[in-house]
Write a protein that binds this ligand. Structure first.
Ligand code: HEM
Length: 422
């Protein structure tokens, strides 16, 4: 057994904030190890990366997310009482309700809403001098997910709601002003979501007969916990927000897909009449290559041994998601964007982990992973097959110390025109 290498610095919080996505990778390289110990916010933390580490981390019931994330991030991204903060049977029960919304037919319906909103936005883009893709796609996704989830959204509400979700996403990895803005706007969103849950429960918001079950708002408002009781209004509203907001966040992957098309024109040409598998490979490579959530944190719930080390109850462990997606032991030439790497290869449950690893039902792996993949595929088809556009000179640099990372220009397009089918 080798001792776990230890960072010399008394506290590495500032290094984490300045190195961002590369913090764990940099130190793993330095220590020649995929595990090391450091101190963050004055607490001892064990950082790990790679497929084996992900397997260790995602063994069901080993870790709790409670008390594992800095509290402001937790409030912006998941919040107390939400599925992510539950453990054991209570977690599985809630997760089953969420995963029931992820049936292929229901995901297809969401993609249909996305395509309809996108096509409705196109004439406006054609008239506009320039379109900021990140903002435009967030607006499309906000309208689409509300319609899909059974959430009424008046025309004048769409802008403010999109802005609130965007502020929560942008504020998640920040300290200071960006985070405070997210928290402030979140209070407004929560009030709105609580009102919606109450409306469903009081029969003021009636779903069309037959498809109520597939509507997120109905499923959440009527869900009964293991104790047979409905979720309290605050928890139900948090779960609803936790479906709506991350769908809006998919806009970041759509922008990354557009960046990849721009930087690899040969891929754009190939996608024109690519098979569904090839489109999927492209999307998987977007999720592998581009930065989203840098890491996921857990505290040991059930003590265990790994590689001869004892992980005692309460130990704080951080798994590097970005680093694992760029780990040369798993990915040949990881810093190159190569969708072909997925040809004939099913990525393992612990290798391609931008949205967490392991199983969806038994563990904390992202409930919206399939939605994410299908929505990005839909956007990719729209970008390559239904429209033409130019990408003017702009600052597309990705700042890997800013979490979440987005290109500085937020991806501007001009000269938008419909692509006529041959
Ligand atoms: C959890 C990433 C989109 C719903 C997570 C986790 C990550 C993640 C890293 C934590 C996994 C863990 O704790 O081990 C992402 C990324 C997305 C995305 C990068 C891209 C936009 C979505 C979407 C939805 C969603 C579209 C819903 C429609 C959830 C839920 C959880 C979760 C409910 C908690 C799962 C649990 O604790 O069991 N996601 N997600 N996410 N995500 Fe996502």
């Amino acid at each position: 057994m080798h001792p776990i290498p230890r960072d010399a610095s008394p506290d590495s919080t500032l290094a984490l904030l300045s190195e961002g996505y590369r913090f764990v990778m940099n130190r793993c390289e330095r220590h020649g190890s995929d595990i090391f110990e450091t101190r963050l916010m004055l607490r001892k933390a064990i950082c790990v990366m790679g497929e084996e580490a992900a397997g260790m981390f995602y063994e069901p019931d080993r870790f709790t997310r409670k008390g594992a994330m800095p509290i402001t991030t937790l409030m912006l991204l998941q919040d107390r009482g939400a599925a992510q903060t539950l453990d054991g049977e209570a977690h599985r029960w809630r997760k089953r309700m969420l995963m029931a919304l992820m049936e292929p037919e229901n995901i297809r319906r969401l993609c249909g809403e996305v395509a309809a909103e996108w096509r409705a936005a196109l004439p406006g883009w054609e008239r506009a001098e320039r379109v900021v893709l990140l903002d435009a796609v967030r607006a499309i996704l906000c309208r689409a997910v509300c319609r899909w989830a059974g959430v009424p959204l008046a025309e004048e509400e769409a802008g403010p709601r999109t802005a609130e979700f965007a502020a929560m996403i942008d504020g998640a990895g920040a300290v200071g002003l960006r985070n405070w803005r997210g928290l402030l706007l979140r209070t407004r969103t929560e009030r709105w979501a609580r009102g919606l849950i109450e409306d469903v429960r009081a029969g003021r918001l009636v779903m069309t007969e037959g498809d109520a079950e597939s509507r997120a708002i109905h499923a959440i408002a009527t869900h009964r916990g293991l104790d047979g009781n409905r979720l309290d209004t605050v928890t139900a509203s948090v779960e609803l927000i936790n479906i709506l907001r991350p769908v809006v966040a998919i806009a970041q992957y759509v922008v990354f897909a557009a960046m990849a098309l721009h930087e690899h024109p040969e891929q754009r040409a190939a996608l024109q009449d690519a098979s569904p598998e090839e489109v999927e490979h492209f999307v998987q490579e977007v999720r592998r290559f581009y930065p989203f959530f840098p890491l996921v944190a857990g505290r040991v719930r059930t003590p265990f041994d790994w590689r001869g080390h004892r992980f005692a109850e309460g130990t704080w462990v951080l798994l590097d998601l970005y680093g694992t997606c760029h780990d040369p032991r798993i990915w040949n030439d990881p810093e190159r964007f190569r969708p072909e790497r997925f040809r004939g290869r099913e990525p393992g449950a612990f290798a391609l982990i931008p949205q967490g690893g392991g199983g969806h039902l038994r563990g904390h792996r992202c409930a919206g992973e399939w939605i994410t993949i299908e929505v990005v595929k839909t956007a990719l088809r729209l970008l390559t097959r239904e429209m033409r556009y130019s990408v003017p000179a702009q600052d597309l640099a990705l700042d890997l110390s800013r979490m979440p990372a987005v290109p500085r220009s937020r991806f501007v397009i001009t000269d938008v025109a419909p692509r006529r089918k041959a």
